[in-house]
Design a protein around this ligand. Sequence first.
Ligand code: CP
Ligand code: NVA
Length: 308
Amino acid sequence: MNHFLDIHKTDATDLRAMIDQAGAMKQARLGRPKAALDDEQALKDRMVALIFEKPSTRTRVSFDVGVRQMGGQTMVLSGKDMQLGHGETIADTARVLSRYVDMIMIRTFDETILTEMAEYSDVPVINGLTDRTHPCQIMADVLTFEEHRGPIAGKKVVWTGDGNNVCASFLHAAGQFGFDLTFTGPAQLDPEEEFMGLARQKGSKIVIERDPHKAVEGADLVVADTWVSMHDSQSAKERRHNMLRPYQVNTELMSHAKPDALFMHCLPAHREEEATSEVMDGPNSVIFDEAENRLHAQKAVMRWCLGV
Ligand code: CP
Ligand code: NVA
């Protein structure tokens, strides 16, 4: 039994196999006939609990569809409607759910909720986003990059703005998939030292560059995310916007990257804030492929978790 808690906690060979299997499952479905699909029965008779303590569109729908495509069933649970949200411990919740379901996906706040769930669960637990990381997103993003530009190893990724949970999983992926990452944003919002160190230990070049124009020079991929995440206090919104405005991804900034540099955003986006519509809807943007690839990448993650 495998938990999928974070990219840096997962074997690099297994990660590569998941990306390749995700791509193959996607192609098989595009090509049909249906008889050629090897994934239809993978989760037959399996029940998957999808727990959300924060809002979601992509994670919720892509996991639900992914399980159904593989012949399984889902149960979407809202954290606040569960006893979990009313004082029952995470450990007890994990032990009870393990008696009913075959796998648990949870989107939550503090990462200790995820790790405690995994510790006490007898079934695989998948991280559907915490305040600190968002590994499923980056599995989809690696798949998306490689579909458009071939192997991501050795490429230069530039993260703009807030060094948040999605940025953290990009750093983990840099180490595991062998690409370099430059962070450009204000010093107050730098990514965690620990995560940068992990990527450097694995040989990735991790750079902090305050000047966004310099940062994107030679970039193969430029990434943006919301300036205020779900776990951030709304009262900090104006201050963060003021700090982050110079890091907006617009056509002028993209003109300093490689001409074929891709643009990514995990969505949901605040158009004309962290990125302009001109970039988001422009020829180098792959934002909707990323969203689609959540489905394919997570199907491979779930198969890995269950060994099916
Ligand atoms: N990118 C992402 O995780 O989107 P949702 O918040 O809609 O799930
Ligand atoms: N950084 C964002 C990602 C949303 C998918 C958040 O945590 O709100």
